[in-house]
Design a protein around this ligand. Structure first.
Ligand SMILES: Cc1cc2nc3c(=O)[nH]c(=O)nc-3n(C[C@H](O)[C@H](O)[C@H](O)COP(=O)(O)OP(=O)(O)OC[C@H]3O[C@@H](n4cnc5c(N)ncnc54)[C@H](O)[C@@H]3O)c2cc1C
Length: 232
């Protein structure tokens, strides 16, 4: 529900809203904000990969994902957000301040469908938090990010492979995928999780299916944004 009348937004907030306090804000790389929250747990508790929604304005809801849940304090969670979109979501994230009280909307965690044991996880910067929440060491992960964010992100998360964006969204990751598929970099992959930019996901899935690398049923997709579209 990216766009809804104010009344509906308020109703959703009263039914699904959890009070949350911003404990800390960090900038792990240019264009990325790491938000640490203490938030009332939803039914079943917080889980890495838990989807949340915020009311970025009276009429605009935007979705984000819990990256980590603190082992000692299960109401302490982090969310990794990008700020390159020029809409109300990015504006809301940039406006957060330590100590502020906010409301996040969520319900019981509904995990993404996961296939295979050696999974290929692809996405762009806005999917990094989700990929990090789901990825295991045996998975192959590749994430397209701006060239200025690449080094700090690679230092912070050495287990993921970062690709510098070049040209249109998804072009650089598509080149990486095509190269990896011919050079054996996808050897043993038996499932895939494709997140982020809608049009890029479609291209990646076509490459995997048409190239005989994975059957369509072994691929989970979840678009987080689409060129020219506001909210998803
Ligand atoms: C289930 C789900 C989980 C998500 N989890 C996360 C998360 O954990 N972290 C995170 O950072 N984002 C996440 N997103 C994506 C995030 O919701 C969007 O990037 C955000 O909605 C952008 O909001 P906006 O109001 O700033 O821009 P919008 O009003 O949505 O769009 C404005 C313009 O910016 C473009 N745009 C939108 N998003 C992006 C983007 N990411 N990169 C470049 N251009 C963009 C649009 O095409 C449009 O032209 C998630 C999305 C979904 C659906």
């Amino acid at each position: 529900m990216p766009q809804a009348p104010t009344l509906i937004g308020k109703l959703a907030e009263s039914l699904m809203g959890r009070r949350a306090r911003v404990l800390d804000l960090g900038e792990p790389a240019p264009g990325f904000v790491e938000v640490e929250l203490r938030a009332e747990a939803p039914p079943g508790g917080w889980r890495p990969g838990h989807e949340i929604q915020v009311r970025a304005s009276a009429t605009q809801g935007r979705r984000y994902t819990v990256r980590t849940v603190n082992g000692r304090d299960p109401e302490r969670v982090t969310v990794l957000a990008t700020t390159q979109a020029a809409g109300p979501g990015a504006h809301w994230i940039r406006g957060l301040r330590t100590g502020a009280w906010i409301t996040v909307l969520t319900g019981r965690h509904r995990p993404l469908r996961e296939h295979g044991t050696r999974r290929l996880c692809l996405g762009d910067g806005c999917a990094l938090g989700t990929i990090d929440a789901y990825a295991r060491t045996e998975h192959i992960t590749a994430i397209e990010v701006s060239s200025e964010a690449l080094r700090p992100l690679a230092d912070r998360w050495p287990r993921h492979h970062f690709v510098a964006a070049e040209g249109a969204p998804g072009d650089a990751l598509q080149s990486w995928l095509e190269q990896a598929s011919v050079e054996g970099g996808l050897a043993g992959a038996d499932g895939a999780l494709l997140l982020g930019h809608a049009q890029s996901i479609q291209r990646q899935r076509r490459t995997l299916v048409d190239g005989g690398i994975l059957p369509r049923r072994a691929i989970t997709t979840k678009p987080y944004w689409a060129t020219g579209k506001q909210g998803l």
